[in-house]
Each structure stands twice: as structure tokens, then as C-alpha cells.
Design a binder for this molecule. Sequence first.
Ligand SMILES: NC(=O)c1ccc[n+]([C@@H]2O[C@H](COP(=O)([O-])OP(=O)(O)OC[C@H]3O[C@@H](n4cnc5c(N)ncnc54)[C@H](OP(=O)(O)O)[C@@H]3O)[C@@H](O)[C@H]2O)c1
Length: 437
Amino acid sequence: MLLKEIAPKHLFFILLLLVTSNTNAFSALPNNAVHLSQYHNRRVITTIRMTRAKQSSSSGTKSASKNTTKMKSNNVRWAIRGIAGEILHNVFLRQISRARKYLGTSKQQRLEEAKKVRLPIKNETALITGATGGIGSKMAHELAFRGYDVIIAARNADLGKDLVLDIQRELENSSSSTIKGTKQTPNISFMEYHADIHLSALDVASKLAVLNETKPLTVLINNAGIMGKAEQLSMKVNLLGPVTLTLALLPLMMKNCNDDKKNVKIINVSSSAHLRATGVFDEEDLRSSSKSLMNIFPDTKDEDLSTYAKSKLALLQFSTLLRHKLPKDNKIQVFDAHPGLVWTPLLRNHIGDKATNTLQKTGLASLIYKSPTEGSRALLAALDHPAGTSEEQLYFVNGQPGGFASPESRDLQQSQQLLDRLIAPELEGIVELPDGW
Ligand SMILES: NC(=O)c1ccc[n+]([C@@H]2O[C@H](COP(=O)([O-])OP(=O)(O)OC[C@H]3O[C@@H](n4cnc5c(N)ncnc54)[C@H](OP(=O)(O)O)[C@@H]3O)[C@@H](O)[C@H]2O)c1
């Protein structure tokens, strides 16, 4: 009964069995039916968009069949290096490390550790987008306890202001017992931010220019994201929003590196789902004469989550560009981070109420998924990373550097095409690209 209820929505168990017993299992699937939807989804397999390939000429057909083969192998890559790795991590490694910690500490030590330790204030500001969400709100708490002034950039003012009060309350309750040498608490504030509206990023940047005088901005976390919504909206929220905000704040962050000799960090929240995408566009899209390729993403629902995968690949490509284009002597570190599978509204909305309730009731949710706090720590691990490490080390997966990012995400040519064909035309007249881009 339980299996019957969970299985259709939780394909990844079946997927995992397939992967571990026979990695060629995917080749048994029909050619045009290999898009396994993200995480544990919808009805088993959704049909990939083959219409364009069918309409094309013979050379187009060849390239379409090449694309299909690549899509298949990318799905296998994602199933093994993404999903299977994450389940292994969450179900086994995480539990082993919990058990070891439990056995290795006394009850008194555990009680001490459970108390939240607040670090002295830093006189630096961290801005986090989508901070009212599952992982984001926990990151905001963590950053405050690390001593940062925190700006909660979110679109829902009521939720944002409630979160400010919540963090302030927690800080005050913790201060007398934990803080040494100072009674000051960091400042927590809310700024309205809509990732799908360019001007909203400019508004945030102009407000920050004022605040930056006293507490320089040293951490930017592009966390806001959506999954399984309209395709074009997904590209706006998951790609154009973070790009616009980052470019609008870049002059300020570069100044903070130079004048105040601070280490500035940008964390772009990614996903292992990017491993499914073969590219953000295909060759035929690139031959299109339209100025911006944004119109290849329609307003229809991203049923098979292929646009989610592309948006996360595109964000990784933007990080790649940033690393290559920022002046070599700058001290801005650009990280990508994937939190792993985390039990948040983003996932719950996707799997639906029935599967959510079953997973919760049976305790499987906490076995398979990280909590939002664990997810937030996995992302913030990047903040503790020493400056000046190699590009491969800058992708954090499950809190560890050196995660597996797809070669496409580090492809400079593809990244430049993304900038030229999608980002630059969309941002024209809104935010200037730095010299030499
Ligand atoms: N959960 C996972 O397993 C998982 C795995 C890999 C990657 N991620 C990534 O982690 C990030 C956080 O996800 P989550 O799981 O914490 O999801 P979540 O709970 O749904 O939070 C997403 C946040 O993004 C905000 N947001 C959505 N559209 C926005 C817009 N147009 N403008 C401004 N903010 C907007 C949401 O605001 P509202 O509350 O107002 O809707 C919410 O605060 C996302 O980038 C996601 O892709 C999550």
C-alpha cells in the first residue's frame, strides 16, 4: 500500500535500482522518452521535445539525433552522479556521521552544542535573496549568528518582516549566555526584491550603496529559485534575476575588496539538476535571427523540469564567466553550491500533498532529505573556504568543495554565447556590462 502510494511520485527509488543493477537500463527506453523528471516525479517518463527535430532538414535530423543521445547520457550522468550520490549521502553518510557524533559525545557535551553560539559582530553585510524560503530563511539565521548584518531580500514583505523579528528574537535570547566582550547584535533588515523584475535589483543596489558606507557588503547569496513553474519565468527568476542583481552590486563589491581589503564572496545556489542539461540552447536556436533567445522559453509549465535544469546550468555558466572576466587581482570569490536534497516547499509543492503526507508520516522524509538547516549549512560551507583555490574547488555539493559540475557548465564558449545571446540583450538599458565583457 505504502509503496503503491509513493512509487509513482518517487521514481528515484526505481531509478536507483536500475542504476545500481544495470547502468544500461536507460538504453531500453524508447528514444524519445528519456527525460526522467527531476528528483522523484511525475508519471515516470515524460516525452522530450522532439517536434523541432522532426521538422528539421537531414543535417538537422543528424544533429537532433546527436542531441537525443547526449540527453540520454546526461540523464544517466545526473541519475548516477546527482541523485544516487545524494541519496547515498543523505541516507547513509549523513546518518553514520550523526551516529558517530552521538556516540563520541557525552550528554552534557550534546546539550552544550545544541545551544546556538553567536559570534561577535563583523561589521560586514550579507544579502540573501529568497530568504523567506526553506533553505534561505535558515541561511539568514546562520549568517546572523556568524555576526553578519543580514539583508533579507524577498518578495513577500509580511514574511520578510516576520523573519526579521524572528531572528532578532533569537539573537537577543542567545546573547547573554554566549556572547563574550560585546552586547551588540547584528542588524537584520528586509528589502523587497523580485527576481523576475530587473528594476527591483537596481532598487536593492541603490539602497545598498547607502548602507555600504558603514557596513560593507561582503556576501551575496543568490538563492531565490523556482522549479516546475512557467518556463520563461523560471529563466527570469533562476538566471536573469541573479545576474542582474550581481551586476548591479558588482561595482560596490569590487570597491569593498579594494578599499577595505575585504574578502567578498558570491554564492550562486545551483542544483545537481544542471547535469541533465546538454546546453541552454541548441545549434538551431543559435542560428535564429532574433536578438534575444529568451523567447525560446515559452510561458507554458516546465512539466519535465528541463528548463529548471537549463536555468541552473546557465547560472553555473554565469559563475564561470564571472571568474574569467573579473580582474585577476580582485578578491571576489565566486562559488556555486548545491545543497543536496532538502525538504522544502520547492520540493513539496512539486511532489504534491499526498506524497508529502506519506513521506512525513512514515518518517521517510527526514531519512531521505536534509532539513532546511542542514541544507543551509551545506551552502554556507563555501564561506569558510580559503581564498585563491582552483576553479574545481569552487563548486560545493553537500557542503564539500570540488563537487562534480558538468563540463558544459565550465565551457567558456557556451558561457559567452549565453551572455551574448540571452543575457546582454535582456539587460540592455537596465544594467551596464563591465568593460571587456
Ligand atoms: N530543496 C532542494 O532540494 C534543492 C535542491 C537543489 C537546489 N535547490 C535550490 O535552492 C534554492 C532555495 O530553494 P528552497 O528549496 O529553499 O525553495 P523554497 O522554499 O521554495 O524557497 C525559494 C525562495 O525563492 C523565492 N522566490 C521565488 N520566486 C521569486 C521571485 N520572483 N522573486 C523573489 N524571490 C522569489 C521564494 O519566495 P516566496 O516564498 O515568496 O515564494 C522563496 O523564498 C533554490 O534556488 C533551489 O533551486 C533546492
